[in-house]
Structures are given as structure tokens and as C-alpha cells.
Design a protein around this ligand. Sequence first.
Ligand SMILES: NC(=O)c1ccc[n+]([C@@H]2O[C@H](COP(=O)([O-])OP(=O)(O)OC[C@H]3O[C@@H](n4cnc5c(N)ncnc54)[C@H](OP(=O)(O)O)[C@@H]3O)[C@@H](O)[C@H]2O)c1
Length: 315
Amino acid sequence: MYNSVDENSSFEPNISELDMAHLQKLLQQQSQRRLLSENIAILGCGYVGCALADYWQEQGHFVTGTTTNWKRVASLSGFVSQVFLMKGDDADAMESLVQGQDTVVVSVAPTSSQVVDEATYETTYLATAKNLVQALNQAPTVKQIIYLSSCSVYGDRQGGWVDEASPISPSEPRSQILSQAEQILLQASSEKQKVCILRLGGIYGPGRELINMFGGLAGMTLPGKGDRVINWIHRDDIVEAIEFARLNELEGIYNLVDDSQLTVKEQIERVCFHYGLPPVHWAPSQLSLRRQSVRISNQKLKAAGYRLIHPQLLI
Ligand SMILES: NC(=O)c1ccc[n+]([C@@H]2O[C@H](COP(=O)([O-])OP(=O)(O)OC[C@H]3O[C@@H](n4cnc5c(N)ncnc54)[C@H](OP(=O)(O)O)[C@@H]3O)[C@@H](O)[C@H]2O)c1
């Protein structure tokens, strides 16, 4: 038993000299060592996937990252152990990707060069989910699948609160596709292959700052009251929460949003104030496009022990 703690070590303790506390410490070290050298596949090394790959490479894991674009292969090779040039609907490539992996993270989204219509969503999310489930049947080493989904599956609640137990009602076809992909993966969950779905708010962080999204509106008059709630999550927290989900072997659905719960008006006000830009005015009498407004609870993930790095919006 002790040899298995570290088979390469010359340290061979005499069991009679060990008390239980010492034994537990050795077993902990064993599990930490196993976790220190996992094989991890990140399907979709984009904005989040790259940050995640970078983090895990630093930790000493063997990370395989995917891209659909041969022009990105060379740059990705700089910070993953292995690059796969593949799309999620390629069954053979998916089978190769998952072979020998311990953890698979799915972080796919249509690329910026694609027309983001329903057909693209189906190929990107549904075909990928179906192929992955199929490939997992031949990949007994995979212990956990972490799938990045979106809070858009809750649909419009006119500013009301939802949590993971709330029934979803995706109002538009693309969100319906996301929820179908969630279902496909959840149904494949088993004792040996856990599936964790993280429902993300809007992603922001380095290179995707709020000033770039809202700054162009400065000084304008916008229709409506700006009372729609938009939930955000910083990329640092996405990386950290995925690692938390992996280390704690989370399964099931978890919302991943920060605590800010601000309306669009409040968010734009903060951005304009921070950057010394002219304020945005609102015209309540003018009809605004009705879009999703919902307050997302993050209590389940917090109750599991996760602490947000950026609980409030970084402007
Ligand atoms: N953006 C948001 O605000 C937001 C909100 C909620 C949830 N999410 C979810 O969060 C995750 C990460 O988002 P992100 O912003 O990091 O995405 P991203 O930067 O757009 O990266 C997406 C990755 O998916 C790859 N990809 C595209 N189509 C594919 C296909 N058919 N098969 C396999 N891979 C494919 C892309 O390949 P290339 O390398 O070739 O580009 C890229 O590596 C995604 O699952 C997204 O749905 C995003």
C-alpha cells in the first residue's frame, strides 16, 4: 500500500511506526499527486479555454486543447501540451481526443467569422454534445466532464430571481439549443463519469472589458429605462470555478455569475463615470427591445465552498 503512495520514491516506511494521522497525510499526498498530473482536454481553446489551459499547464497537467482553425495551431502550441485541430461534429477526432483523459472541459462557441444562426448553434453545441457522449462510451478513464453553458437558458423573468432548481424557459431558439445540449450531457452522467454544467453569465475580463461594450454608448439617449438586469462573470472566476469543480468533483448544474446584479443603466453609469465619459440618457417613453432580464442566484456554488475572486464588476 505504501509503495503506491509514490512508486518512484525510495522511502519505504514501516507500517508499525505510522499512526492514523500520518497514514491519512500520506493518502492525501497520494491523491494530490494524482491530481497534480492529470490529463485534461479542453474542447474549444478560445477566450476561456486558453486561460484555463494556461492555468493547468502551470500546474503541471498534460493539457490537450482544440481549435477549428489551423492558423491558431502554432500559437496554441505555446501553452498546451498537445493541440487537436478538430470540430465537435468530427466523431473520429472526438474519439481520439477523449482517449486517456481524466477530465474533459467543453468550452465551445461559434467563432467570430461564423454566421451565428440556429444551424451554426446546432453544429457547434448539439453535434459536439452528441459526439462527446458517444466517444465517452469508449473512454473509461474520463472521470468528469465540465460543460460551459449559459444563463440564457432561464429565459426572461422580468428581473425576477432564478436558481438551478427553477424550471428553464429559453425564449429564443439559440438558448433552446444550449439547453438541449445540457440535457444530452446530463443524461450521459454516471457514477464513473460525472457531468458538471456551469451556467455562465456574460463573460468579461482582460481584452473583453466593459468599456469596450458600453463606452460607445456614452452621451447617447437610449430607448426604455435601462432596467434590464445583466449578469456577468469575470474570466478569472471562470477558470477558478472550473478548477474548483474539478477538484471537488462537482456534478449537476451550477450557476456561475458574480454578486453585482446591476441593471444596464447602473452598469453604463459606472463605466461612464469611471472613464470620465458623458452620461447616457434614457427615454422611458420610447419602446426598448424586450430582452432577457433575470437575477441569477449563485448560492449553490457558494454553498459548495466556492469564493468569488471578483464578486463585484471590475470596471
Ligand atoms: N461569451 C459569453 O458572454 C458567454 C456567456 C455564457 C456562456 N458562454 C460559454 O462560455 C464558453 C466559453 O466562451 P468563450 O467566450 O471562451 O468562447 P470563444 O472565445 O468564442 O471560443 C470558442 C472556442 O470554440 C471553438 N469552436 C467553435 N466552433 C466549434 C466547433 N464546431 N467544434 C469545436 N470547437 C469549436 C473555437 O475554435 P477556434 O479556436 O477555431 O476559434 C474556440 O476555440 C462557451 O461554451 C460559451 O458558449 C459564453
